[in-house]
Ligand binder design. Structure first.
Ligand code: DMJ
Length: 641
């Protein structure tokens, strides 16, 4: 080996002395030590430099370092209220300044301590040989694998099954209604059979291309989203061969040890919700086991400084991150706020409080936060725990957070009073600031954006008609009649949005602007992708009022879907509901089988099928039984079984 040239800090190369054979026996070791010493020197110089830059640069330069990923820690605080520098950021006001300065100081100390720890660890590593390091990694790997194996094989504790009332039946006496229900079942068969033939195992179906389809919410692997999402609909419709077929696929193929980055929210509502409902309805253990395996894979998403989960998580590595489009690296209210029902059931079924604690932590954190006008903004930064853009909506980005507050209360057999209070407070603020009546007398829910009300309502927001009706009983000051009426008004508005189109199907979003009422204006808002929300609201209103108009409106929607969305290879969304000749988007969404067809089927069934005092539907229409949690306030204690 030739002795290397040494590189001093000045950069001038000093030739290594050419002394022939080593002058002393530890020459190789000495050289390795020198290399380590230099490496250490460079490392410490770099860290000192970073500290220097952080502490001695003027304040403004610190605030600009967004690209270092410290933006959330360093968002500037100003007294002047919103909008002064970045209209998208909800700023902190004067009285809180002291608290925030302390918070900054605490964060700075934490960063300093982390750096010192990292330096120590680096020094420690340098002291070890390559073989030692390799062995350490190997041991760590086997330990994790062993832990995983033990977890996967661990039998779940036996739990008393809650009272499962009305999982079959609902046969209508009226022949006409019976026929309608049969027709919906036939539509389900058509959707399922074509998926079975052309898309089996894929997440969704392209009914025209007749092949599988997927989107980034499901990650990169084939997780059979349609199978899992459709199981409980198959079950309640009595399609048992199809149900068993789906069950076999899940037993043999559904594997969560995949290197795939999925949406925590979507996987929770469709997969965990779907598996739990299938378990409760059928009693087949496999669904419970799979639900728990998947839930364990989602847990690393909660490893953020605040405990507000990332929007996405890699199922294999556990690495999480947020959507690139979300304001200032934020998590989304409707995503991290729509985990509660499933996670409470997971704790109930496993006896492991970890799930319950995660969602209660989110709730507690939200309770502590300031809410402008009593409204919850849609964006919350999981690093800093501060609101992002000041945008509130009962449609996309916000919707199911409110739904889950109400349903947490219902699901706890009305013992979770904290959830009910949060729901009541939120609805009062929504009514005050977001709900308006158009000139033509249509009640709509607008969106609060950057200081003003946008008179625009999304198809997604139409679910709220059903939510208001569901929450009527138990409302404050005995305003049950008022909320039922509000739900009916929203149902009427959403029906108008369908009725004012050529296809009698609702647009993605519609406006209330001058002469324009309940009509989409922009081309990009004219599509219908087989969404359920309007039919969902009809069903809840039907259950609470038995007013025949809801069955009539539901039937109109079913006929329109049959006429314009049905193709020989399944059902497809349409791109423009105002064009009499529909263009298809060639996607059969999994929620069409989970929700749209289920709500239609229930609309033409008797109330004894899945009665609402025993079942609560998650936001993907998966029914979960009410847990009679008497004697517990759900405030951190295990559910009483
Ligand atoms: C479904 O996945 C759920 O209903 C979710 O809460 C909102 N969007 C879709 C259906 O439109």
């Amino acid at each position: 080996m030739t002795a290397p040239a040494l590189l001093p800090l000045s950069g001038r190369r000093i030739p290594a002395p050419s002394l022939g054979p080593p002058a002393f026996p530890h020459h190789r070791a000495t050289l390795r030590l020198s290399e380590k010493f230099i490496l250490l020197l460079i490392l410490s110089a770099f860290i000192t430099l970073c500290f220097g830059a952080f502490f001695f640069l003027p304040d403004s330069s610190k605030h600009k370092r967004f690209d270092l990923g410290l933006e959330d820690v360093l968002i500037p605080h100003v007294d002047a209220g919103r909008g002064a520098r970045d209209p998208g950021v909800f700023l902190i006001h004067g009285p809180d300044e002291h608290r925030h300065r302390e918070e900054e100081e605490r964060l700075r100390n934490k960063i300093r301590a982390d750096h010192e720890k990292a330096l120590e660890e680096a020094k420690e590593k340098l002291r070890k040989s390559r073989e030692e390091i390799r062995a350490e990694i190997q041991t760590e790997k086997s330990k994790i694998l062993q832990e995983l194996k033990t977890k996967e094989n661990k039998p779940l504790p036996p739990v008393p099954v809650p009272n499962l009332v009305g999982i079959n039946g609902g046969d209508p006496e009226d022949t006409d209604i019976r026929k309608k229900r049969e027709k919906i079942k036939e539509m389900m068969k058509h959707a399922w059979d074509n998926y079975r033939t052309y898309g089996w195992g894929h997440n969704e179906l392209r009914p025209i291309a007749r092949k599988g389809h997927s989107t980034n919410i499901f990650g990169s692997s084939q997780m059979g989203a349609t199978i899992v999402d459709a199981l409980d609909t198959l079950y309640i419709m009595g399609l048992h061969d199809e149900f068993v077929d789906g069950q076999r696929w899940i037993e043999d193929n559904l594997d969560f040890s995949v290197n795939s980055e999925v949406s925590v929210f979507e996987v929770n509502i469709r997969f965990i919700g779907g598996l739990l409902a299938a378990y409760y309805l059928s009693g087949e253990e496999i669904f419970k086991v799979k639900a728990v395996q998947l839930a364990e894979k989602l847990l690393p998403a909660f490893n953020t400084p605040t405990g507000i989960p990332w929007a996405m998580v890699n199922l294999k590595s556990g690495v999480g991150r947020n959507w690139g489009w979300a304001s200032a690296g934020s998590s989304i209210l409707a995503e991290f706020g729509t985990l509660h029902m499933e996670f409470v059931h997971l704790s109930y079924l496993t006896g492991d409080l970890v799930y319950f604690k995660k969602v209660m932590h989110i709730r507690k954190l939200l309770q502590k936060m300031d809410r402008p006008n009593g409204l919850y903004p849609n964006y919350l930064n999981p690093r800093t725990g501060r609101w992002g853009q000041y945008h509130t909506s009962v449609g996309g980005l916000g919707d199911s957070f409110y739904e889950y507050l109400l349903k947490a209360w219902l699901m706890s057999d009305k013992t979770d009073h904290e959830a009910r209070k949060m729901y009541d407070d939120a609805v009062e603020a929504i009514e005050k600031h977001l709900i308006k009546k158009s000139r033509g007398g249509l009640v709509f829910i607008g969106e609060w954006k950057n200081g003003h009300l946008e008179k625009k309502m999304g198809h997604l927001a139409c679910f709220a008609g059903g939510m208001f009706a569901l929450g009527a009983d138990g409302s404050r000051k005995d305003k049950a009649g008022h909320y039922l009426e509000l739900g009916a008004e929203i149902a009427r508005t959403c029906h108008e949005s369908y009725d004012r189109t050529a296809l009698k199907l609702g647009p993605e979003s519609f406006k209330f602007d001058g002469a324009v009422e309940a009509v989409a204006v922009r081309q990009a808002e004219k599509y219908y992708i087989l969404r359920p929300e309007v039919i969902e609201t009809y069903w809840y209103l039907w259950r609470f009022t038995h007013d025949p108009r809801y069955r009539q409106w539901g039937w109109e929607a079913a006929l329109a879907i049959e006429k314009h969305c049905r193709v020989s290879g399944g059902f497809s969304g349409v791109k423009d509901v105002y064009s009499p000749t529909p263009t298809h988007d060639d996607v059969q969404q999994s929620f069409f089988l989970a929700e749209t067809l289920k709500y239609l089927y229930l609309l033409f069934s008797g109330d004894d099928l899945l009665p609402l005092d025993h079942w609560v539907f998650n936001t993907e229409a998966h029914p979960l039984p009410v847990l009679h949690l008497a004697n517990t306030t759900l405030a951190g204690e295990p559910a009483v079984r």
